[in-house]
Design a protein around this ligand. Structure first.
Ligand SMILES: *Cc1c(COP(=O)(O)O)cnc(C)c1O
Length: 455
């Protein structure tokens, strides 16, 4: 076991060193090499070190360099050294954090992280926190609490009696809400399609003047950080209107909520603190390994009503029992790598990481604009949406960037226009990485558009 784990650590370190210089996208040969995995069910054992060797030799080259400094796809963070190492140790512990009795350390690191995160993000200290897989499930978990609360207020117990015959809940989102919100609503029986979608402005923000009159029971989903533009819904006015009507306000802040950790950027999210629940990702901007999301719910009773589990064989002690707050009973000890990330960076280090990523996004936008290309969004956070011309040109530039491999940027469709999206979300990214990527992107875009390069 000792030699095997040391072997894994050596391979992992070599991998992480290698992807800093390797092509950001796996080569076609490496992807074709995955054929080596497609063998019949092994009839007998293989030595664990041989298993690891196959995984590394076949698998590592076929990875996308998400852990690298120049991965700007989707909104995917890197993994901080302390959080990655803590994650390994926690895997060795193999703790099931569902119950305090089963794993005191996993349960208490969640509780410590809970207090730290609420303070860091500027959220109400009374919030209950749920440690889930990602923002999709965080949206689901918080909206389950919302469903409980708005129906409880009209005398309906949805956990006991289900939705059959229940009073109808009005659900409002912006037209630019993330698809995971609709998925969560579908899973909760609230419907993906019966939602009132408020039209948005050019940045994807809900237009307050078009916000509908509401009657309870109602749930309003706001967005803090649009997945393309990074824009924030106008929270102050909408939360006030929604609360006057007795609605529950939920915030999808998968990455945008982390603006609250920076004194420079906190003004973007401060108004959202008046909401009732929030979803965010730790695997995006806190840079912990996958998978890690967080739901924060002001009304602990509502969250517990939606998520609690009880059975004679499960102890319910005086401690916070993690499984009363999440959809899962058994799961991995997510509090460990979150604790390690916050402990290693501290308030100042997290603020510096967020601010540096936003400065990198502005540097991208300035460089692309100076080169004559059109940045489609106001760069308020870490997101840049850029167009090099018609849809086919943007498709070709994205293909060229992936084949070149200096950096990784994806295609997106922003308000009907095909474009390229750059998201800066890793602790590793420096100004040099931005400059290196900019020159590759601009060179490729000029080739595609047949613009002459400057002499
Ligand atoms: C990424 C994202 C999600 C989904 O998060 P997962 O961690 O992939 O489940 C939801 N909302 C927004 C705004 C996002 O950016």
């Amino acid at each position: 076991m000792e030699r095997l784990l040391a072997n894994a650590a050596t391979r992992a370190a070599a991998y992480l060193k290698g992807i800093q210089i390797r092509c950001a996208n796996p080569s076609p040969e490496a992807v074709a090499g995955l054929a080596a995995f497609w063998e019949p069910l092994p009839s007998g054992p293989t030595d664990p070190s041989a298993v690891l060797q196959i995984l590394d030799e076949v698998g590592s080259p076929a990875t996308t360099a998400m852990a690298g400094a120049r991965f700007f796809g989707f909104v995917m963070g890197g993994a901080l050294p302390a959080s990655l190492a803590a994650n390994w140790l926690a895997s060795a512990w193999d703790q099931n954090p569902g119950l305090h009795l089963a794993s005191p350390v996993a349960a208490e690191l969640e509780e410590v992280s809970q207090g730290w995160l609420l303070e860091l993000l500027g959220l109400p200290p009374e919030c209950a926190v749920s440690f889930v897989t990602g923002a999709t499930l965080a949206n689901f978990t918080a909206l389950a609490a919302a469903r409980n609360a708005v129906l409880r207020r009209v005398g309906w117990n949805v956990e006991a009696d289900g939705l059959f015959g229940a009073p109808e809940i009005t659900v409002v989102t912006g037209a630019e809400a993330h698809p995971s919100v609709f998925k969560a609503l579908g899973m909760l029986g609230l419907g993906r399609e019966r939602v009132i979608q408020v039209p948005v402005d050019s940045q994807g923000r809900m237009r307050t003047e078009l916000f509908p009159e509401l009657r309870a029971p109602a749930i309003v989903c706001l967005q803090a950080g649009n997945v393309n533009s990074g824009a924030f819904d106008p929270a102050a006015e909408i939360i006030e209107k929604a609360h006057e009507a007795g609605a529950w306000v939920h915030v999808d802040g998968a990455f945008g909520l982390w603006a609250g950790a920076s004194p420079e950027l906190a003004h973007l999210v401060s108004d959202f603190a008046a909401a009732d629940s929030w979803a965010t990702d730790a695997h995006k901007w806190l840079n912990v390994p996958y998978d890690s999301g967080l739901a924060f719910v002001r009304d602990e009773t509502a969250l517990r009503a939606a998520m609690s589990i009880s059975a004679a064989y499960l102890p319910q002690g005086e401690h916070r029992e993690p499984s009363n707050y999440t959809p899962e009973l058994s799961r991995r000890a997510r509090g460990v790598d979150i604790w390690a990330a916050v402990k290693s960076l501290g308030r100042a280090g997290i603020a510096a990481m967020i601010e540096s990523n936003c400065a990198s996004a502005r540097r991208f936008a300035e460089g692309l604009t100076a080169a004559g290309f059109e940045v489609l969004n106001e760069v308020v956070l870490n997101q840049v949406v850029v167009s090099f011309g018609p849809a086919a040109v943007n498709e070709a530039v994205v293909r060229g960037v992936l084949a070149d491999g200096t950096c990784w940027c994806g295609r997106t469709v922003w308000q009907g226009r095909t474009a390229m999206r750059i998201s800066v979300s890793s602790w590793r990214t420096t100004a040099d990485d931005v400059d290196l990527s900019l020159s590759a992107i601009i060179r490729i875009a000029r080739e595609v558009t047949n613009l002459p390069s400057p002499a």
